[in-house]
Write a protein that binds this ligand. Sequence first.
Ligand SMILES: O=C(CO)COP(=O)(O)O
Length: 248
Amino acid sequence: MKSKLIVGNWKMNGSLAANASLLADIQKGMSGVTCRAAVCVPAPYLAQMQALLSGSALAWGAQDVSAHEAGAYTGEVAVSMLRDFGSRYCIVGHSERRQYHAESDALVATKAQRALSAGITPIVCVGETQAERAAGQTEAVVKRQLAAVIHTNGHCISEIVLAYEPVWAIGTGLTATPEQAQEVHALLRKQLQAASAHADRISILYGGSMNAANASTLLDQPDVDGGLIGGAALKAPDFLSILASASC
Ligand SMILES: O=C(CO)COP(=O)(O)O
């Protein structure tokens, strides 16, 4: 059985000093941790992660990547640059990118392909808004988002990590119940199984107000293979507690 995967998404937070102190506190508490663990940080701090985390059990990655290989794309960051700084993961299609930067399903799928082409594992985010859930569209929305990634990536789909992040649960304190999370994870798993014989090796993470108090019941669900953590990843005791829940 694959071990659980816990990823901290720092979003647009941090400073050289704050990152160093947070990582030192996390690393001090990692001795009993057996799950896989990573932090996805703002691109300017990837060099700091490489300097501080090389050889440690904590992997690192980015929060976005350009769909283009290189060239005249002012402000974008190429996957080769993420690789230069030792990134193992890259989040793609986070709802904050879909919402604030109008990222389409097709663009997200291309970004996942770009990451895979460089040997970086894309953490592909899908999830419905509150209005879509209320309208009974949850299944249709997440299936449409995942279908684009499957279509573009073909048999390589088994190399991704998938994250179900209901938009209404992000940063709101409104966590999906374990049953709600399991229901969506199970249908995503079925969709992956229909696309790949190796679908069972894909980790499906839950994200959205996961914290020290609710992590273990969410992680107990059969199709919840880990967590993508926002706010609670910025506090060492909370992040360590989630890592401990995932290490049982
Ligand atoms: O968006 C998230 C992780 O990518 C979740 O954020 P919160 O854990 O702060 O709700």
